[in-house]
Design a protein around this ligand. Structure first.
Ligand code: GMT
Length: 374
């Protein structure tokens, strides 16, 4: 099969899922063409069946002040679909990507099938904005297949967009060989002997509540010798760093930015915190779980579909930093509980979200989409 994939090429979970999906499909024999404005952050594997097509928006005074990325993307999609004879164009995010894909299909008047995967922000934030709601709904309804990364997101989409479009739940997935416990390397760099390593990974947007992470850690550190690794970057990083400074935690809290070797870091951690306002799935939590790290997360959005409360970690109310700290201290003080929850977390991650199980679900959807247009 010849498959085009468009995603945001950043460190966010949607880019990770799109990239890992493309790489997995290529390994199994498909030809995969990534189409985006930059190389996806995890696209670090050279493979004869993986190709990258950069979208550039040529600046013209006519386009001031807003260069039309959506149109440049549609043009590039049509061009790649035509000369690479794409069967499928799989876009991650309804807006603007599904709209560009629709335009590309109209330009070509071809049997190209468009699959749209909803990841969350397009539905929970942007798409609900009245000014974007109609076009987001349109992007969903003109797609040949639509998936959501959790049941929660599927239900949210149906409710807020009043759409009867069939949406299939295909959850995010993980490569268990890549994310596994290995404390040896990284601990030597950040773990003073005996200190527990607590970790958070996100893009530091307000929805992630990163100040809660540092506040919870302040409470943990007063009871358990520990360090906090803050991975990622974004708008709330400065505030979180200021909080750590003000509370004299700078020798215990490390802001590492976007690290290329995330699996090494996670493999050495003892606990993962994800206090988000909401998450449609929580990809970073899944990667931690697969690395045998218990996760304490908010009981919100799709997180209860990933974290099993009391087994693979704990779920607490949004903003309840006292409860999160109490659960964290409980886990970090009891090594056998931490190890058991870590083992159960990996078992659950592998049983439910193994790439070998999930990637074929996408492949099957592609087959059905092609058959329906034949
Ligand atoms: O969490 C973010 O802000 C990044 C965003 C993205 O664009 O990658 O993540 C969304 O998609 C991920 C992959 O499906 C999900 O794991 C995240 O839960 C989802 N983020 C939110 O719903 C806030």
């Amino acid at each position: 099969m010849r498959i085009g994939i468009t995603c945001y090429p950043t460190f966010g979970g949607s880019g990770v899922v799109a990239t890992e999906l493309g790489l997995a499909l290529a390994k199994h024999g498909d030809n995969v063409h990534f189409i985006s404005y930059a190389l996806p952050s995890r696209l670090n594997l050279l493979h004869e069946r993986v190709h990258f097509h950069e979208v550039t928006v040529t600046p013209y005074p006519l386009f001031d002040p807003y260069p039309p990325y959506t149109l440049a993307l549609a043009t590039k999609m049509a061009e790649v679909a035509a000369y690479e004879k794409l069967d499928i164009l799989h876009v991650h995010y309804a807006i603007p990507h599904a709209i560009s894909a629709y335009l590309a299909k109209q330009i070509l008047q071809s049997k190209l099938r468009v699959i749209t995967t909803l990841h969350g922000t397009d539905i929970t934030l942007v798409g609900r904005d009245e000014s974007y709601l109609p076009i987001t709904k349109f992007g969903i309804e003109v797609s040949d297949g639509v998936t959501a990364v959790s049941q929660w997101l599927k239900d949210e989409t149906a409710t807020h967009f009043h759409t009867a479009k069939t949406i299939e739940v295909i959850p995010n997935f993980i490569d268990p060989a890549r994310f596994r416990r290995d404390a040896s390397k990284f601990c030597q760099m950040f773990g003073a002997p005996g200190d527990k390593l607590v970790c958070h990974v996100s893009n530091f947007r307000p929805v992630k509540r990163v100040l809660d992470v540092v506040e919870v850690f302040r409470k943990i550190a007063s009871e358990v010798p520990s360090r906090l690794l803050m991975i990622g970057d974004g708008p709330d990083r400065s505030r979180a760093e200021a909080y750590a400074r003000e509370h004299r935690l700078r020798d215990r809290v490390f802001f590492l930015g976007n690290v290329p070797n995330l699996e090494e870091v996670l493999g050495a951690c003892d606990l993962f915190l994800l206090p988000s306002e909401t998450e449609s799935f929580g990809m970073a939590a899944l990667e931690a779980m697969c690395s045998e790290v218990p996760v304490i997360a908010s009981r919100s959005g799709g997180l209860p579909e990933v974290v099993v409360d009391g087994e693979t970690g704990y779920l607490v109310g949004v903003g309840d930093t006292d409860a999160m700290a109490a659960r964290a201290i409980e886990i970090l003080r009891d090594d056998s509980l931490r190890r058991r929850m870590g083992r159960q977390a990996r078992e659950h991650a592998v049983a439910e979200f193994d790439d070998q199980k999930i990637v074929p679900m996408y492949r099957d959807l592609y087959d059905r989409a092609i058959a329906s247009g034949a």
